[in-house]
Design a protein around this ligand. Structure first.
Ligand code: SAM
Length: 284
């Protein structure tokens, strides 16, 4: 089988199939077998199902296919499909779908491709230009994924795994912690990719929660409160909440509501825990 982590093999493939790397589609292919192993290991997908976003030339796909019962990989770049059919020809448990992960009907794809009883995880070396939209879509999809294991730009990984009070803590942190328990699996310097990107990366594992960590009267309202709290980070919490679209709160309303929730109105949103955001939302 081809060693897809070898730069010379990648170059040969690109030449043979008369194609090149697309910077615009975030094509930075992994060339370190140890990192591939960490992603596949963290996905805990032995004998289970995996959705892969952006297989590229199939280097991670092959690792996943050796462990999982079935891997469904969604690749937007039609120029890579012939390469994938070639590099993954030895696997009969891989399905390649040529589509945009943000446009296809993911619940239907999962329903069509996996037994209903099979746990399904996501594993991906994500294209960095659309990391947040993809992650948000996966988390909000309502699909009961077991784990989501993704390679992301280091700064995004720090935001996902941040604690309240720091500069990295924000709406993305709250979103990820609401749906999952995130952790950094490993740090991946830029030299582990071909071509090397300008930034370093981390692998993040989001172990999906089976139950919400907080009791909410209205989940949509909770996320509107979170959005309001981080919309203008320099403002106090009461000023952020007051007159924010969808909340219907005057400054006086925001002030008394925060006091009622036991939260100092003059603090900044970045200091609030998920429980405190929930307390505010439930009082509105
Ligand atoms: N998995 C391969 C690896 O680890 O070497 C490639 C990862 S590369 C960082 C990201 C891949 O995502 C590319 O193959 C790119 O074409 C694909 N991609 C970009 N945007 C996409 C989208 N909206 N839907 C599906 N795939 C996408």
């Amino acid at each position: 089988m081809l060693d897809l982590t070898k730069p010379s093999v990648i170059k040969d493939l690109m030449q043979t199939f008369d194609t090149n790397f697309s910077k615009g589609l975030g094509q930075n292919f992994l060339i370190n077998p140890a990192v591939l192993d960490s992603i596949a290991e963290a996905a805990e997908c032995d004998g289970e199902g995996v959705i892969e976003v952006g297989p590229g030339i199939g280097v991670l796909t092959a690792q996943l296919a050796q462990r999982a019962k079935k891997v469904v990989s969604v690749e937007i770049d039609s120029r890579l499909i012939d390469i994938l059919n070639h590099t993954l020809a030895d696997f009969d448990n891989v399905k390649i779908v040529n589509d945009d992960i943000l446009k296809l009907n993911l619940p239907k794809l999962i329903q069509d491709e996996f037994d209903a009883s099979l746990p399904v995880s996501v594993a991906a070396n994500l294209p960095y230009y659309i990391t947040t939209p993809i992650l948000t879509m996966l988390l909000e999809s309502g699909i009961p994924f077991k784990n989501i294991v993704i390679m992301v730009q280091k700064e995004v990984g720090m935001r996902i795994c941040a604690s309240p009070g720091g500069k990295d803590y924000g709406a993305l942190t709250v979103l990820c912690n609401f749906y999952s328990e995130p952790e950094i699996v490993t740090h991946v310097p830029a030299g582990n990719f071909m071509p090397a990107p300008k930034v370093d990366s981390v692998v993040v594992k989001l172990k999906m929660r089976k139950e919400s960590p907080v009791l909410l009267n209205d989940t949509k309202l909770f996320f509107t409160v979170v959005k309001a709290a981080f919309a203008q980070r320099r403002k106090t919490l009461e000023n952020c909440l007051a007159n924010f679209p969808g909340l219907n709160l005057s400054k006086q309303d925001a002030h008394s509501l925060l006091l009622k929730a036991g939260i100092e109105p003059g603090i900044r949103g970045e200091r609030l825990s998920i429980n405190e955001f929930a307390a505010i939302a439930n009082l509105i």
